[in-house]
Design a protein around this ligand. Structure first.
Ligand SMILES: *Cc1c(COP(=O)(O)O)cnc(C)c1O
Length: 360
C-alpha cells in the first residue's frame, strides 16, 4: 500500500441503501441526489452504480454536464436552475431538466426559443424560504410556462422540507398542506421528500422521492445512525499508523500541547489530517479505529497527521490500519465530536484521498 489516506467505496452498500429507499417508498420513482460529487463519493461512480435510479439530481449545470460526458443517460435535474439564456441553451441541449424556483427564471425561459422543449420542475416555497416561488404566484407562473413552446408538458411540481429530520415538529405537516393546496388543480408529477421525508413522513412520498444522504448510508436525523434505519455506510475513510511512540507521564502531545499524557503510554500517529478532510474541530476523545479497536484522538488535528491514545490497543504497530469513519465507526458519531453533521465530512474529503471501489 503506497498511498496513505484511502476512501473505500462499498458499492454493494450503495445498492442496499437504494433498496431501503424502494422499500420505504414503493410507489415512488427515485431521483438519486448526487450533487457535490455524489456527496464526496464520486458522482459518476455513483450514477454508474445506480443504473436502477429513475433520475439523478445535481446542484448546477456543470455537475449535469459531467454526468452526460460520462454517458449517463437517465434524466438529470438541476436543483439550482439556470441564470442565463446561454446556460439554459446548454442545459436543454444535453437534456438536463431545470428546477424553476424564481419568477425571473420563468420569464427568461418564456423568452427563450429552444430547439427541443425542456422539462421544468416548478419549485414552490412552502416554508423553507430558501429557493422557491411563493404560493400566491404559482398559478400565474404555471400558466405562463404551460403556454410556452420551450417547456415540455405537463410541468413537474416540487418543494423542499426545512426540518423533516425532526418528526416532532409540525413544520413539515404545514409544508405538506401548503403544497397540497397550491397544487390541487395542477396536473403533473410531484416531489417533496428528501431522505428525512422518506424516512419519517410517508405522506410526503408522492410521485418522486429525492434521497441523498441515506443512499450513502447516513442517517438524516441528527441523533441517529444509519444502522438505525438499516442503512450501511458506503464510504470508509482509512489510513495507517506511521509512528508508535512510547511517551512519558507529563508529555504534551502535538501543536499547542493541548493534551498531556497522564501516565507512561503508547501514542500512535495516523497519516490523516485536515489536509485530507479530517475535521480540525474533532475534539479530544473522537474515536478512531485502530485494528478495529476504538482509540481516542488526542492533541490537535494537524494538516497531515492526528495522534491517538493507544492504551486500548498496546500491540499496535507501524503500518497497522486506522479507520476514521465508515465500516465499524459511523461518520455520524465522528461528526458529533466535531460539532458538525456527517454530510460535511463526506463532502469535505480532499484531492489527496485515494478512492478505491469495492464491487459487489
Ligand atoms: C440535497 C437535496 C436533497 C437530498 O437531501 P438529503 O437530506 O441528502 O436526502 C433533496 N432535494 C433537494 C432539492 C436537495 O437539494
Amino acid at each position: 500500500m503506497i498511498s496513505r489516506a484511502q476512501a473505500h467505496i462499498d458499492l454493494a452498500a450503495l445498492q442496499h441503501n437504494f433498496t431501503v429507499v424502494k422499500t420505504l417508498a414503493p410507489r415512488s420513482q427515485v431521483m438519486a441526489m448526487i450533487k457535490a460529487n455524489g456527496y464526496g463519493h464520486g458522482a459518476v461512480r455513483v450514477a454508474k452504480a445506480l443504473r436502477q435510479a429513475d433520475a439523478f439530481g445535481v446542484a448546477c449545470v456543470e455537475e449535469g454536464l459531467e454526468l452526460r460526458a460520462a454517458k449517463i443517460t437517465q434524466p438529470i435535474a438541476i436543483m439550482n436552475g439556470v441564470s442565463t439564456a446561454e446556460e439554459l441553451q446548454i442545459a436543454a441541449a444535453q437534456q438536463l431538466q431545470i428546477v424553476v424556483h424564481h419568477r425571473a427564471m420563468a420569464e427568461m425561459i418564456a423568452q427563450t426559443t429552444l430547439a427541443e422543449p425542456v422539462t421544468v420542475w416548478l419549485k414552490i416555497d412552502t416554508g423553507m424560504h430558501r429557493l422557491g416561488i411563493p404560493p400566491a404566484q404559482i398559478a400565474a407562473i404555471y400558466q405562463q410556462l404551460n403556454a410556452c413552446a420551450s417547456v415540455k408538458q405537463p410541468l413537474h411540481l416540487m418543494t423542499h422540507f426545512a426540518e423533516a429530520d425532526n418528526p416532532t415538529k409540525d413544520t413539515t405537516q404545514r409544508q405538506l398542506d401548503i403544497f397540497a393546496q397550491c397544487t390541487a388543480d395542477l396536473p403533473g408529477p410531484k416531489t417533496l421528500a428528501n431522505s428525512a421525508g422518506i424516512i419519517a413522513w410517508s405522506g410526503s412520498h408522492a410521485d418522486w422521492v429525492r434521497p441523498g444522504v441515506m443512499l450513502y448510508g447516513i442517517s438524516p436525523q441528527a441523533n441517529k445512525n444509519g444502522s438505525d434505519f438499516d442503512l450501511r455506510p458506503v464510504l470508509t475513510l482509512q489510513s495507517k499508523l506511521i509512528a508508535v511512540n512510547a511517551l512519558h507521564r507529563g508529555d504534551a502531545v502535538g501543536y499547542g500541547g493541548i493534551w498531556t499524557c497522564p501516565e507512561d503510554m503508547p501514542v500512535g500517529v495516523v497519516a490523516i489530517g485536515y489536509g485530507d478532510g479530517y475535521p480540525r474541530h474533532a475534539k479530544n476523545g473522537t474515536p478512531v479505529l485502530i485494528n478495529g479497536v476504538r482509540c481516542p484522538l488526542i492533541g490537535r488535528v494537524s494538516m497531515d497527521m492526528i495522534m491517538v491514545d493507544l492504551r486500548n490497543c498496546p500491540q499496535a504497530r507501524i503500518n497497522d490500519q486506522a479507520i476514521l469513519w465508515g465500516a465499524g465507526l459511523p461518520a455520524e458519531e465522528v461528526a458529533r465530536f466535531a460539532d458538525t453533521i456527517a454530510y460535511t465530512l463526506l463532502c469535505g474529503l480532499s484531492q489527496r484521498v485515494k478512492y478505491v471501489e469495492e464491487h459487489p
